[in-house]
Design a protein around this ligand. Structure first.
Ligand SMILES: Nc1ncnc2c1ncn2[C@@H]1O[C@H](COP(=O)(O)OP(=O)(O)OP(=O)(O)O)[C@@H](O)[C@H]1O
Length: 452
């Protein structure tokens, strides 16, 4: 076997070859050309135990490089791949590497993250759940084999649901794994502005080079703004055709399906629908809780479960608002040092939580009866059937929690005495802590009732 063959990379890290190419590029960009005369004679072998193993022609070479360049190399390596703080050497038996190896790669390596890509938007920070499973899986498939899977990928859905996040995650992933890939990310408005400017300044050749020749991955956000802009659409159409014909990856996002975008040409509509169209739906209750917990973890905020459930109950439509609520809570917590409880959350988030609907005991009885498929009258009777008794206790608990009525008042509405109400409330409080299905039912009921 060729002594220089690369072994498989450590999962989650780019290959030794990619890491080495990026390291050399970073050193080159710093103008340290004297070092490159030596460094370029080494060959990336593999990543082993947090070290990048480099092939050297002999021991003399190894010792000299080690004395002069180890610390520079390790500094650059750690900057590029924080888990890789070390280099190791392996003497390659046989003719010197420079004699039998292809010359160092001449492909341009983009050691800078492509313009406008936010490093925060990655697959690692994206919570995958029922509401976004298909677009998330498709985006990952594109990121793993750009241009081969689902081309074009068209992600659509309402505002603040994570379309931009996914789109940027595709770009970040591709760049991190292979910095030679030329990734162009922008919104359709920015595409339009660049186009208009290029026409005005007679720079269309540059514009076309950027979008057709020097682009391996085209990521366009909010494509719906292209509707009604005839000239830009025409230019975009030819850009699309060129890239598509070359198997270059194209990912688009929009807040509507192609057929609904006003003013969009039919030929573009049909091309958008050629690959895969995947929608992101509003997050379910469970997804909202999961997103809050993951984001709290990322922020270093200790978010107790009841508080996550409290926010998820009140902020229902939009992940952006969910995030906003958490950021505010976190900021107020670190300023005031008050413990993060439901009460604290309700004070801090007062202005962003939807206005409270006033609920009364009758509304609670109706909602609980509907939920457990019993009649309101049955809730007030004396029957002790187990399911009925549970529904009754839940209704009493919610009456106490949501209306703040006194125990005797609640008791009179259920034709019971007040000690029965007290024990029902205590029982349901206990079950809420210990029984996840009761917890879920109560959260759902509270959401329906719009209460605290
Ligand atoms: N599933 C998710 N997991 C983690 N964060 C998410 C998720 N969905 C959305 N977000 C976060 O919510 C915020 C809004 O998401 P994003 O900007 O991607 O929405 P969008 O769908 O592009 O909205 P718009 O159509 O208004 O541009 C971002 O900070 C994003 O990180």
């Amino acid at each position: 076997m060729n002594a220089l063959a690369h072994s498989a990379p450590t999962p989650s890290l780019p290959s030794a070859g990619v890491i080495w190419t990026r390291t050399l590029e970073a050193i080159r960009q710093e103008g340290l050309h004297y070092a490159l005369t030596w460094l370029e004679r080494m060959r990336p072998m593999e990543v082993r135990e947090n070290a990048l193993v480099l092939g050297v022609p002999d021991r003399f070479f190894r010792d000299w490089v080690d004395d002069h360049y180890r610390s520079m190399l390790e500094t650059h390596l750690a900057r590029l791949e924080p888990t890789l703080g070390r280099v190791a050497y392996e003497v390659i038996v046989g003719p010197p590497p420079s004699a039998d190896l292809p010359p160092p790669p001449t492909v341009k390596v983009n050691s800078m993250r492509p313009a406008r890509l936010n490093p925060r938007f990655t697959f690692d920070t994206y919570v995958v759940a029922d509401s976004n499973q298909l677009p998330a899986a498709a985006a990952q498939a594109v990121a793993h084999r750009p241009g081969h899977n689902y081309n074009p990928l068209y992600i659509y859905g309402g505002t603040g649901l994570g379309k931009t996040h996914l789109l940027q995650a595709v770009g970040n992933h591709i760049w991190e794994k292979d910095p030679t890939q030329r990734i162009v990310y922008l919104s359709s408005e920015q595409f339009t502005n660049e186009y208009v400017e290029s026409v005005r300044e007679h720079r269309m050749t540059d514009f076309r080079r950027k979008f057709r020749e020097e682009c391996d991955v085209l990521l366009i956000d909010d494509i719906q703004f292209l509707g009604k802009r005839e000239e830009t659409q025409k230019e975009f159409f030819y850009t699309f055709e060129t890239l598509f014909g070359l198997n270059k990856a194209i990912v688009l996002t929009s807040d509507m399906v192609p057929a609904e975008v006003p003013g969009m040409e039919d030929r573009l509509r049909s091309r958008f629908a050629m690959g895969l169209m995947a929608d992101i739906r509003e997050p379910t209750y469970e997804t909202r809780v999961a997103i809050l917990q993951k984001k709290a973890e990322q922020e270093g905020l200790d978010l107790p479960d009841p508080v996550a459930h409290f926010i998820a109950r009140h902020v229902q439509k939009n992940v952006r608002e969910l995030e906003g609520a958490l950021v505010k809570l976190s900021a107020m917590h670190s300023l005031t040092k008050q413990p993060v409880t439901e009460e604290f959350a309700s004070q801090v988030l007062r202005d962003i939580l939807p206005a409270q609907r006033t609920v009364d005991i009758e509304a609670i009885q109706r909602e609980v009866a509907r939920f457990y498929k019993v009649t309101v009258d049955a809730l007030k009777e004396d029957r002790r059937h187990k399911a009925l008794a549970h529904a009754r206790q839940v209704a009493m608990y919610l009456s106490r929690k949501l209306t703040k009525s006194s125990f005797p008042e609640i008791a009179s509405r259920f034709n019971k005495d007040h000690s029965t109400v007290i024990s029902a409330v205590r029982k349901v409080e206990g079950l809420r802590e210990t029984d996840t299905s009761v917890h879920r039912d109560l959260s759902e009921l509270e959401t329906k009732l719009g209460g605290m």
